[in-house]
Design a binder for this molecule. Sequence first.
Ligand SMILES: Nc1ncnc2c1ncn2[C@@H]1O[C@H](COP(=O)(O)OP(=O)(O)O)[C@@H](O)[C@H]1O
Ligand SMILES: [Mg+2]
Length: 312
Amino acid sequence: MAPLIDDITQTVRAELDQEATIKRQLKAKKVYETTAQLKTKKFKGPIEFHVPDIYRSEKPSKLMVQEMVAGQSLDKEAAAYATKIPELKRGIIEEMSKVWAYEIIFGSGFYHSDLHQGNFLVKVQSSDVQVNILDYGMGGVLTQKTRNLLVFLGAALQLKDAEMITQAYWGLSDKSGNQVTKAQLQKLVEKRLSDLDRQGRTEAVEFWTGWASDNGVKLPYDFVNLNRGILIINKSLEEAGSRLTFTEIQKEMAAENPMAIYSALVSSDLMSMTDFVRLGISSMGQSSSSRRSSRNNGPAAPLCESVFLVTH
Ligand SMILES: Nc1ncnc2c1ncn2[C@@H]1O[C@H](COP(=O)(O)OP(=O)(O)O)[C@@H](O)[C@H]1O
Ligand SMILES: [Mg+2]
């Protein structure tokens, strides 16, 4: 019970900390303001992501003053354009999820952890779609170490390697708060992997993290908060009828940014070169449609190409 109360207290405190909210919103202005392309059958055009400006007062203030932006919540705007742009919600959520995931893994480590449809204020205009991203009450910036471990965890889950999965959660955990030993955790991971294997299932990272927490791994607030963000993003993607998930996005981005993955995994000493090659090979068998369509020169695995690049 105590760890749960601790997490809830931290969540409430973060939500109420206005100065921290302002800082996150200013940070978001730098990293989320970008243009993406909405490519649906009926409507093609730019999506302009915008973060409301903040007006700071000279003196300390209990008020937070920000630019008032126009639009409706994503669900309302999508309902209003149901016939004209039937894929509006999916398009916006997919593009924002990519911006979100990129920032976590390859950008500054910044994340908004409450990106549900109500925090998008959307306005369809004749030549573009304005998407305002609101509500910086929850979020944070991951350290480089946490980001490397997140990439490592993704690789470990892809390889279904119990030792690596254990290593990733152990590295992420607050060791003084753990209620299992590393050896016990590894046994539990092995059992879970074989149970899942028997059922022919795989489990996404956010559920592994919930499972690790339930099994005595004390994860730091930032990582739990990020996990909440991943769950919310995946729920929105699913509701919008997308085939994408955070894991899929992470894999596609890894394929497109092999050097960054190499640096997060091998240069950081988290993974051996042999395992990195194994990871490249394991991603070869995948049938990701976008990967196939983005590369028309056969089924070569992008991660393997990166291995050849760095070993030359
Ligand atoms: N900059 C803004 N411009 C226009 N409306 C806003 C703006 N910020 C917030 N709102 C409106 O207020 C609502 C609540 O704000 P939000 O920041 O999401 O706080 P909460 O933590 O209460 O969800 C939003 O859903 C939106 O309708
Ligand atoms: Mg809100």
